[in-house]
Design a binder for this molecule. Structure first.
Ligand SMILES: C[S@@+](CC[C@H](N)C(=O)[O-])C[C@H]1O[C@@H](n2cnc3c(N)ncnc32)[C@H](O)[C@@H]1O
Length: 280
């Protein structure tokens, strides 16, 4: 995408054309806002991906309302605990239709890279960005569970991917963000490890947790056909211990619960990360 295309689209597409293209592209997993048109992708509930959106069922929203507004309800919480992204290089893992990547751009991030493995979601995100015109945002088809970032010796990702491998060495991004993706991953420890290694300053992980205040380091594996719980879900204490064993001092992990303790946002400062795993 280039800015010329974006401006061209912005000036030539009418509100009606935008609405009709949004409807043609349904379903939309995320509500993407087009303020210039006063339109979002899910104004019409028929366009919204019809699952129960448990992590957005906050403040008494019904499952239908949560699916229609996703991820605005959780963003209202995350925005309040997010470090200042002004001028930062940001990586979003599991960027879906681009909602959070666009927010980071609007908040002044210098560069935003979004990764996903589902071509349809990547296509939605790129199309939205043609209209929004954030030249600092790009989306890539990349499985974060790839073992190597070197294209000359690239193995297939553990899920699927079709085009670019992007190099993912140490200290590549200032902030690495992930919302409701870790619970989908088969190797959550690998994912956490990669995020911590690649981050120059911040790792922000948001998602469902096992709702308990007990000091029990437990991870549950599940697969629910209703899409409610996909895979790896941790207790908050499991997260704390995992960050600690990856070399993050306890005082550098800030845990923010919401949705009555069903969800948490972990804001991890990686500045003082030790160069080695603890207790191996
Ligand atoms: C439950 S959705 C969450 C979407 C978005 N982050 C949100 O909170 O609204 C999970 C997203 O992560 C993507 N995803 C899952 N595993 C991934 C992986 N290994 N690498 C990159 N993206 C992945 C999925 O394709 C999907 O778009």
């Amino acid at each position: 995408m280039n800015t010329t295309t974006a401006h061209h689209t912005m000036t030539t597409m009418t509100r009606e054309e935008l609405l009709s293209e949004i409807a043609a592209r349904k379903p939309w997993y995320q509500r993407i806002e087009f303020p210039e048109y006063g339109v979002t992708t899910t104004d019409d509930i028929e366009n919204a991906y019809p699952d129960r959106a448990p992590d957005n069922q906050v403040e008494g929203l019904s499952p239908e309302q949560a699916a229609q507004q996703r991820p605005v309800p959780k963003w209202k919480h995350i925005e309040g605990v997010l470090p200042d992204v002004q001028g930062l290089d940001v990586l979003e893992v599991g960027s879906n239709c681009g909602f959070f990547s666009f927010k980071f751009a609007q908040l002044g991030a210098k560069r935003v890279v979004g990764l996903d493995v589902v071509p349809k979601w990547l296509d939605h995100a790129r199309w939205c960005n043609e209209i929004l015109g954030h030249s600092q945002v790009s989306f890539h088809n990349c499985d974060f569970m790839n073992f190597t970032g070197d294209p000359s010796e690239a193995h297939d990702g553990l899920l699927r991917h079709t085009d670019s491998h992007i190099p993912l060495p140490d200290d590549t991004f200032d902030l690495i963000f992930m919302s409701t993706v870790l619970d989908h991953t088969f190797f959550p420890f690998l994912v956490i490890y990669k995020m911590l290694r690649m981050s120059r300053r911040w790792v922000v992980i948001d998602g469902p947790v096992i709702n308990t205040t007990k000091d029990e380091a437990i991870m549950k594996q599940g697969y629910a056909l209703d899409g409610n719980r996909h895979g790896s879900v941790f207790t908050p204490y499991m997260f704390a211990m995992t960050f600690f064993r990856h070399g993050i001092p306890k005082e550098d992990v800030h845990a923010h619960a919401y949705n009555n303790g069903e969800n948490m946002t972990f804001v991890v400062d990686t500045t003082n990360m030790r160069k080695g795993l603890i207790g191996a």
